[in-house]
Design a protein around this ligand. Structure first.
Ligand code: XMP
Length: 323
């Protein structure tokens, strides 16, 4: 029978067998999946693993600092932080199509990992041959890798990978759902701040800007997202809500009236959803007062935003993320 202890033991053995005495790198995104994958691989091969955190500039407020602090404190893992903000922004310039964005982000991740690999080798490490990813079962299915399913989105670590990838992949969570991943994380002794985190996609805020991704738009969305997250946490809704994407409709403007007069700004969409495994979801009937507080704060505090709207669509027909 399947117990979390079994899964850990089995995967540790499988990882040792696959990696042998070679080295591996693991991309950390700040999310649950990559954290648990990294902890599992570390348990299996210890110092043969180096974690790489790519700061692609598509992160939320405070996220990079949190990974540097919390994850290293919890696991003692070797961490390399790569500042790749310019690289990703340049690659995304002029691109609005969602799947193109996803492919570009997936490709740039791999290019940064290859660079990190070269640096580790130059520092005297042995050949790095393996790339650890926190791919889950639903990622595989929804990227079209499962049997008989349509290709809905290219997840950054499945359908979004370039063809000329130099690494062999290690994906110890490929058969698991999110709740199982959380149990494995607990079994491995990761703290609640990591294990109970709400999901956040690898492509980050890049797929939460409908339209072209620019530095200004990212800064704006980061502010709006930080306000929404703060108010949701303060209202005690973090467990009830599976996740709440905050989306900037950068290609849409509407007329408003603020301060001295007319504005012509962008809408922000709130997308609170309740779900068991992200394969299906319902929109969360959250309290109007909290929605009102978030709306007031965002329109007051975030420049160029004059409207906040609620996405009340289930999945299906809507997906959780807008892109
Ligand atoms: P959708 O939008 O497909 O999202 O309903 C389902 C779940 O997956 C997350 N998501 C991603 N996670 N890389 C990830 O690591 C990705 O490319 C990606 N795309 C979507 C999304 O946040 C939701 O939890």
């Amino acid at each position: 029978s399947w117990t979390t202890g079994n899964i850990v033991e089995e995967q540790v053995a499988a990882i040792r067998e696959q990696v042998g005495d070679k080295r591996a790198i693991c991309g950390l995104s700040g999310g649950v999946d990559s954290a648990v994958a990294a902890a599992l691989v570390q348990k299996a091969i210890g110092s043969q693993l180096t974690c790489v955190y790519v700061d692609h500039g598509l992160m939320r407020k405070g996220e990079t600092e949190q990974v540097e602090k919390d994850f290293v404190a919890a696991t003692g893992v070797q961490l390399k932080v790569v500042d790749a903000q310019e690289r990703f922004l340049n690659a995304l310039a002029g691109v609005s199509d969602p799947e193109t964005k996803r492919k570009i982000i997936g490709r740039e991740f791999i290019r940064v990992f290859e660079q990190a690999q070269a640096e580790i080798i130059a520092e005297g490490g042995a050949d790095v041959a393996f790339l650890v990813q926190g791919t889950l079962y639903p990622d595989v299915v929804e990227s079209g890798g499962g049997t008989g399913t349509a290709n809905i989105k290219s997840h950054h670590n499945v359908g979004g990978l370039p063809d000329d990838i130099e690494f062999e992949l290690v994906e110890p969570l490929r058969q698991l759902f999110k709740d199982e991943v959380r149990m494995v994380g607990q079994e491995l002794g990761l703290p609640d701040e990591i294990v109970q985190r709400q999901p956040f996609p690898g492509p980050g805020l890049g797929i939460r800007i409908v339209g072209e991704v620019t530095k200004e738009r990212l800064d704006l969305l980061r502010e709006a997202d930080a306000i929404a997250r703060h108010e949701l946490t303060a209202a005690g809704l973090d467990r009830e809500i599976w996740q709440c994407p905050v989306v900037l409709l950068a290609d849409v403007r509407s007329v408003g009236v603020q301060g001295d007069g007319r504005t012509y700004g962008h809408p922000i969409v709130l997308r609170p959803v309740s779900s068991e495994d992200a394969m299906t979801a319902d929109w969360t009937r959250m309290p109007y007062e909290v929605l009102g507080r978030i709306s007031t704060r965002i329109t007051n505090e975030v420049p160029d935003v004059n409207r906040v709207v609620l996405d009340c669509t289930s999945k299906p027909p809507g997906t959780i993320e807008w892109e």
